[in-house]
Design a protein around this ligand. Structure first.
Ligand SMILES: O=c1ccn([C@H]2C[C@H](O)[C@@H](COP(=O)(O)OP(=O)(O)OP(=O)(O)O)O2)c(=O)[nH]1
Length: 176
């Protein structure tokens, strides 16, 4: 069953910016564009304005996510992915982009799509302190306790002469 869309007030800080829209009917993210052109050298980051501010209803938040096409093609991501836009925030939404490509610079023109905005309902919690938490299958195992992604300080398997360290996913592949 299709739910009715949530009504959200929007203000265009830049009157020429297009109102964010979904690329396809089933998409989760609304495209965000930059209103400023920018050049990013390898490893460089910058804060880009999107030209919009919104008023989300209480109980909602919007999350600024990177675009996978930009990531795959140009190595562009966001420093704080996902960025959190609080329901009470009325300022212009900004995107902290970073060029993770080790060699190529990237250039954004005004109104290039740089990120996507996912609006979600969020729970408010009330903490109840206890002396001991109830048991669970995972218990306290975290950070790689199921195996895989062991850091290898020496050479990658099957090579010789390299002085660089590699992270290995071999034990994950083998299901260890
Ligand atoms: O990618 C982002 C992340 C945040 N914001 C805006 C909306 C958010 O409501 C506000 C504050 O963000 P956050 O709480 O993540 O930042 P903080 O560093 O914890 O700042 P504060 O002390 O203001 O909470 O900045 C953006 O425009 N883009």
């Amino acid at each position: 069953m299709t739910r009715a869309p949530l009504d959200v007030l929007i203000h265009r800080v830049d009157p020429e910016v297009p109102i964010p829209s979904y690329g396809h009917p089933g998409d989760a993210g609304l495209d965000l564009v930059t209103t400023e052109a920018a050049d990013l050298a390898p490893g460089e980051r910058t804060v880009l304005p999107t030209g919009i501010s919104i008023a989300l209803p209480d109980g909602y938040a919007a999350f600024v996510h990177p675009r996978s096409g930009l990531a795959a093609r140009c190595g562009v991501s966001m420093v704080n992915t996902p960025g959190t836009v609080d329901a009470g925030y009325r300022g212009e939404i900004k995107v902290i982009v970073v060029n993770l490509d080790p060699r190529e610079s990237v250039r954004f023109e005004r109104f290039d799509r740089i990120a996507q905005l996912v609006v979600q309902q969020v729970e408010k919690v009330r903490f109840h302190e206890v002396a001991e938490l109830p048991g669970s299958a995972r218990a306290t195992g975290g950070f790689g306790s199921t195996g895989g992604h062991a850091a290898v300080t020496g050479r990658p398997a099957g090579t010789s002469g390299s002085t660089q360290g590699y992270a290995s996913v071999a034990s994950d592949r083998e299901g260890q």
